[in-house]
Design a binder for this molecule. Structure first.
Ligand SMILES: Nc1nc2c(ncn2[C@@H]2O[C@H](COP(=O)(O)OP(=O)(O)OP(=O)(O)O)[C@@H](O)[C@H]2O)c(=O)[nH]1
Ligand SMILES: [Mg+2]
Length: 254
């Protein structure tokens, strides 16, 4: 069983990518279990096989504890961690090839708090796992937006301790040359540096340079896979990269 966790800022396209990746994998004759660990979601664009909402009632948590929407989400995930063994048991019983886990968009849960990483490690056990980190095209299209998204991604990466693949989501809203430029920022730091130079000044430019140096020092340059869940494009490349991480290049199901 291979676990794929989908993380990214609120509205970056995690749930729709979960749905479209499931469709793509099933059409490729692979079996998939879809897991929802967003207690607050109302109608996700897929039918979940395993769902945290079976264990925690977000609306009740909000009412009973007098919490607002964000506080209730934090409390609900905390409570959900108490049921992680049952959730994992359901996943194991499904005996599928891939497990897609759609995570909540409140990044604080994963980047700073313990409950996100605890949920992730409890669900995956010792099974091979990776995370897909979604960079929303709306944010990543500017050099500063891209850089700040990468920092958040780094924060999640050190909390999860899993191989992480960057996904540029919603590419259908960009032009072809814009997509290429963003993908190149990921693999060639000097191109991002040039773009930051041109689009920022003063203190922001200085900070950006320091952050880039840090990213360069820790070897945080990376592959970025451009994907549109709306147009169903980029999935061959995405699957290839997933395979590469899980197997070092061989098709794990051939
Ligand atoms: N144009 C376009 N819109 C997309 C794409 N993927 C998602 N969206 C839209 O972006 C919005 C948010 O998508 P979701 O899949 O719900 O995003 P999410 O990351 O799960 O959101 P939260 O769970 O609330 O954090 C919806 O209106 C989607 O239809 C895409 O590939 N292209
Ligand atoms: Mg969602």
């Amino acid at each position: 069983m291979f676990f794929i966790f989908l993380v990214g800022t609120a509205g970056s396209g995690k749930s729709l990518l979960t749905a479209s990746l499931e469709k793509w994998l099933v059409e490729s004759d692979l079996s998939v279990t879809v897991v929802n660990i967003d207690p607050g979601v109302e109608s996700p664009p897929y039918t979940s096989d395993v769902d945290i909402r079976e264990y925690v009632d977000y609306g009740e948590v909000m009412n009973n504890f007098g919490l607002g929407p964000n506080g209730a989400l934090v409390a609900s995930l905390d409570m959900g961690v108490g049921s992680v063994n049952e959730l994992r048991e359901e996943i194991i019983e499904s005996e599928r090839d891939y497990v897609l886990v759609d995570c909540p968009g409140q990044m604080e849960l994963f980047a700073y708090r313990n409950s996100g990483p605890l949920m992730v490690s409890g669900l995956r056990g010792d099974d091979p796992s990776l995370s897909l980190y979604l960079l929303d095209s709306n944010i990543a299209k500017t050099p500063i937006g891209y850089l700040s998204s990468m920092l958040l991604g780094l924060s999640i990466n050190i909390r999860f301790g899993l191989p992480q693949l960057n996904i540029l989501s919603k590419t259908d809203i960009l032009m072809e040359d814009e997509i290429e430029e963003i993908v190149d920022w990921g693999s060639e730091v000097h191109l991002l540096e040039e773009a930051l130079d041109q689009s920022s000044e003063g203190l922001v430019r200085e900070y950006s340079k320091s952050i880039l140096d840090m990213l360069g020092n820790i070897g945080s340059t990376s592959v970025t896979v451009p994907v549109s869940s709306k147009d169903m494009t980029g999935f061959d490349l995405l699957y290839g990269e997933i395979q590469r991480i899980f197997s070092g290049g061989d098709n794990i199901y051939e």
